[in-house]
Design a protein around this ligand. Structure first.
Ligand code: NDP
Ligand code: 8X3
Length: 260
């Protein structure tokens, strides 16, 4: 395929069992990258891994990963170390929202889950893999944030706070890694139709469908294309931040919806 320079690069993608992570795995595979995939649903990961091999990946392997658990991140990184001494890209994509209520009705378990999967996960994965990434100048950490990091919205306080945390971590890492040759950046999408809303609304398909009613949202493939572009820049180019939204979404609260 095209000259993305990803051939044989080792790429870790968290949350590769659906949505952006799955689409990125398939796309990077088609560009000849070697994939290391993590998520909790191993049956899904197995299917994605097989699809990656079919798409042209010289290697694609997976391991169960729960980014909310330190022990699971430690086990994952030890498993990776047994398979490759170097890693070129770490894509911290796993995450999401749990619930959508005003703060006065919020549940601790939802808040804790969101802070774990969107914030602690990025810290833990970076701590585990920065020493490995440092072995390969030009390597990169790509974090998946959200426009929620930039514009807080009602009933999304904990998710917005979590994604603002991810953005702060990305910016701090940019400073910490300066001079090491390790790049770091964030891709912050607006609404995209994946399993995101079904997870947020705990399987309520009606509520989930309403999010996208009358709009043409981003697709997982759109976001995967952005990841590919960021990863394909030459080592002296660091894409710090990308904010991307569907054309219908001018701002979190300003979305054009068609009536039919
Ligand atoms: P999906 O729900 O389709 O995918 C989320 C992925 O994260 C799944 O693969 C899931 O895997 C994984 N995940 C969730 N919790 C954990 C965990 N504890 N440990 C490991 N993996 C986990 O949603 P998206 O693809 O849309 O979301 C991907 C990222 O993009 C998230 O960080 C989300 O916040 C962000 N985002 C999404 C937007 C949207 O509108 N869709 C917009 C902006 C940002 P599994 O359940 O198998 O563990
Ligand atoms: C997901 C997009 O607008 O629901 O991060 O926060 S939004």
């Amino acid at each position: 395929m095209s000259n993305s320079n990803l051939k044989n690069k080792w790429v870790i993608i968290t949350g590769a069992s659906s949505g952006f992570g799955e689409a990125a795995a398939r796309l990077f595979a088609a560009h000849g990258a070697r994939l290391i995939l993590g998520a909790r649903r191993e049956d899904r990961l197995k299917n994605v891994t097989e699809a990656c091999i079919k798409a042209g990946a010289p290697a694609a392997i997976f391991h169960r990963l729960d980014v909310s658990q330190k022990a699971s991140v430690d086990a994952f990184s030890a498993w990776v170390a047994g398979r490759t001494p170097t890693v070129d890209f770490l894509i911290n994509n796993a995450g999401g929202a749990h619930g959508m209520e005003p703060v006065e009705l919020g549940r601790d378990e939802d808040w804790e889950a969101m802070l774990q999967i969107n914030v602690m996960s990025v810290l833990r994965m970076c701590r585990a893999f920065i020493p490995v990434l440092k072995k390969t100048p030009g390597s990169m950490i790509i974090n998946i944030g959200s426009i929620a990091a930039r514009v807080p919205y009602a009933n999304g306080a904990a998710y917005c706070a979590a994604k603002a945390g991810e953005l702060a971590i990305t910016k701090a890492l940019r400073l910490e890694l300066n001079g090491t040759g390790v790049r770091v950046g964030t891709i912050d999408p607006g609404m995209a139709e994946t399993e995101f809303s079904m997870v947020r609304f705990k399987g309520d398909a009606e509520k989930s469908a309403k999010v996208y009613a009358g709009v043409e949202p981003l697709t997982a493939e759109d976001v995967a294309e952005a990841m590919l572009w960021v990863a394909s820049r030459p080592p002296h180019v660091n894409i710090d931040e990308i904010v991307m939204k569907c054309t219908d979404q001018a701002e979190i609260y300003k979305t054009h919806r068609r009536s039919n």
